[in-house]
Ligand binder design. Structure first.
Ligand code: WQD
Length: 331
């Protein structure tokens, strides 16, 4: 199949491109390089040994999207492109709403025009809001998200639902990620957030490599075994494979799947495992809780297993080893 991957040079997009090419798909990447680097393209070609067609275009420019569909017979789209920094979205909500929504609407309108009606959308567990349970099933449905970033995910899910209700010849699969971490075993691609990392694993890596001094652990007074927050960390390669499965099995209609390990890991468990596996020290201090953080949540991923024949295979040890390998290769 010929697949357009929007945001295909980003963290999850690039790993998904590798897995798509491994399954002999043809991939076209569109990325505006806002939160990615052109060097990733060359690394992807090195990993896969394949040439990849790339458009440095911005999805907010509808003419540019049209050019891609005019020049290529696209079968389906995986839509990753969008701003995704929770903290930044609180400071710049209009930038997030306009970018994430306009780019998605432009994409969907162009897909419709060219009769390309298969899409896999990159959503997030953040759409569940604070549901009052720790194990999330798809049936929980959306609640109020805790940031403008999360709200754009909720809004785009709703746009897709309304689109499907108006025309059920669309095949729409919505994938709700838990906490993507790790890196490709080659050490050539991985998570490279702009600026100071907000998320735990990239911060741990910067402290372990000496680029940052100390990790602040946001609270150890949660109602969890060791008092620190519990999340479902999923290796980005497992996550990427989930997209390939979602495309292979894209069913008639509109479907939602949680992509997570189904296991909750605490901050301290992750830090201690990272130190042990990599034989490095991660300096940390316990500070107050971060505004908006939940104590604990993780995926019920049985639906993806039953319907997509997908489950995670990588362990927390693999995550820590591959993350550190990437950090060392990209000093
Ligand atoms: C994980 C745990 C923190 C940083 C976010 C987004 C979510 C999704 C995944 C896109 C928590 C603790 C963190 C630090 C810490 N992204 N922590 N010190 O908040 O679970 O989810 O990323 O869809 O939308 O909200 O991820 O990595 O920020 O936090 O103690 O410096 O690590 O309290 O318990 P989070 P995170």
């Amino acid at each position: 199949m010929k697949i357009l991957v929007t945001g295909g040079l980003g963290f999850i997009g690039s790993h998904t491109v590798v897995e798509l090419l491994k399954e002999n798909n043809e991939v076209i990447i569109v990325d505006n390089l806002y939160n990615s680097k052109i060097e990733v393209l060359e690394k992807l070609e090195k990993i896969t040994g394949k040439k990849i067609k790339f458009y440095k275009y911005d999805l907010v420019n509808k003419e540019e999207i049209e050019k891609i569909f005019k020049e290529n017979e696209i079968d389906s789209v995986i839509h990753f492109a969008g701003y995704k920094a929770v903290g930044e979205s609180v400071k710049k909500p209009l930038m997030y709403y306009s970018n994430n929504l306009i780019s998605t609407i432009n994409l969907l309108e162009t897909m419709n025009k060219y009769n390309v009606k298969k899409i896999v959308f990159s959503s997030s567990a953040t759409v569940y809001g604070n549901p009052g349970v720790v194990k999330y099933t798809e049936e929980l449905g959306r609640k109020d998200a805790s940031s403008p970033y999360g709200t754009t995910k909720c809004m785009i899910e709703k746009i897709l639902e309304d689109l499907y209700a108006s025309d059920n010849s669309w095949n729409i699969t919505i994938l709700r990620y838990f906490n993507p971490v790790g890196a490709h075993e080659s050490g050539l691609i991985g998570e490279e957030p702009n600026g100071i990392p907000n998320n735990l694993m990239p911060y741990v890596m910067k402290v372990a490599s000496g680029k940052l001094e100390t990790l602040s652990i946001f609270g150890n007074d949660y109602p969890t075994p060791d008092g620190t927050g519990i999340r479902d960390y999923i290796h980005v390669v497992d996550l990427a494979k989930g997209h390939v499965k979602a495309l292979e099995k894209i069913k008639e209609g509109l479907n939602y799947y949680n992509l997570g390990s189904g296991k909750g890991i605490s901050v301290l468990e992750l830090v201690n495992t990272f130190e042990k596996i990599n034989n490095v020290k991660v300096n940390y201090k316990i500070v107050g809780r971060r505004e908006g953080d939940l104590a604990e949540y993780y995926a019920d991923a049985t639906k993806a297993l039953n319907e997509l024949n997908w489950k995670t295979e990588k362990t927390l040890e693999d995550i820590c080893k591959d993350s550190w390998n990437y950090e060392k290769n990209n000093k």
